[in-house]
Ligand binder design. Structure first.
Ligand code: GLU
Length: 305
């Protein structure tokens, strides 16, 4: 059975933009008879907050979203990621990199995609399997990208093309601490959990190219992608604290009903014609990706429901 997923990062409170993306993932899966897997992506960030995973689960339930499997927690799944990493090492598809952020900043060219870091200049990439491995804690493993153009059709964003080696650069699959990075954990989990459709914010479009190449190297299944436009503040930047309090927990505490948020999300996404309050389940039958509003949605500090 095909499957979609909800993959919150517990790095802080979930806000209105996250709610809209989760609802779209939910509607897409439920309207096409897919399983839904919930996984908590707590592996790759110093910003993970101990309270945020439970709060994300509470937020999802409050919105009326349910799932068939999980929650899985990435920090409990390290052995799966390590096995995949060992496979990449064995096949000389990764190399140890001792560059510092500053080394990369000094040598690299400007990022090709918005919000992406500088392009890795390839300093350590001449390493080959069998060469000495640097001292523990001083290096991360980076994935070697082939110099090939990749093209796929995103359900929302349309045809996407990129040569990841040229425009994204060799990327880390671990941190210097040895912990696994988001890119590898995500790919391993999507395969292990039988995911067939990824619905997430379009800030992750560049990562789709990284993940597709990593998945192909590991001989994993191909996925379909729907990268949905982000919710932005009136200044055009992605929704953040500076845009006022759009945390779902804040709305919940101030007596806003989940139906109001769901109604706003469905209308702003183009699924319904009016923002009249409704439940997540009632929208399933109305859902169609063809209706999706492909523009970013702007909310102001005084968003009313
Ligand atoms: N955990 C990521 C987020 O909350 C989503 C990653 C993904 O869907 O691949 O933004």
């Amino acid at each position: 059975m095909d499957a979609g997923r909800l993959a919150p990062s517990p790095t802080g409170a979930q806000h209105l933009g996250n709610a809209r993306t989760y609802l779209l993932a939910y509607w897409s899966a439920r309207s096409s008879n897919k399983r839904i897997v919930l996984r908590i992506e707590d592996i790759d960030s110093p910003r993970v907050k101990p309270w945020a995973a439970q709060q994300a689960i509470d937020d999802l339930r409050w919105l009326g979203i349910d799932w068939d499997e999980g929650p899985y927690t990435q920090t409990n799944r390290r052995n799966h990621y390590t096995a995949a990493l060992n496979e990449l090492i064995r096949r000389n598809l990764v190399f140890p990199c001792t560059c510092t952020r500053q080394d990369i900043g000094d040598a690299a060219s400007a990022p090709h995609f918005e919000h992406e870091g500088n392009l890795y200049p390839g300093t350590c990439s001449s390493w080959q399997l069998g060469d000495a491995i640097p001292e523990e804690g001083t290096y991360c493993w980076r994935f070697r990208l082939s110099d090939l153009e990749d093209t796929f059709t995103d359900i929302v964003a349309g045809v996407q093309s990129c040569n990841p080696a040229k425009h994204l650069g060799a990327f880390p699959v671990t941190q210097k601490s040895g912990d696994i990075s988001y890119q590898l954990a995500c790919v391993v989990d999507d395969e292990a959990m039988g995911i067939t459709e990824v619905v997430r914010g379009d800030d992750l479009l560049p990562s789709a190219f990284r993940q597709r190449e990593l998945a192909a190297a590991l001989e994993y299944r191909k996925l379909s992608y729907a990268h949905v436009p982000l919710v932005r503040g009136v200044d055009g930047r992605r929704l953040a604290k500076r845009h006022g309090d759009t945390r779902l927990s804040h709305y919940r505490d101030s007596g806003i009903r989940p139906e109001q948020i769901v109604g706003w999300a469905a209308a702003s996404a183009g699924i319904t014609e009016t923002a009249a309050p409704t439940t997540a389940d009632k929208v399933i039958a109305l859902f169609d990706w063809k209706k999706l509003n492909r523009l970013s949605v702007v909310v102001s500090e005084h968003q009313s429901f």
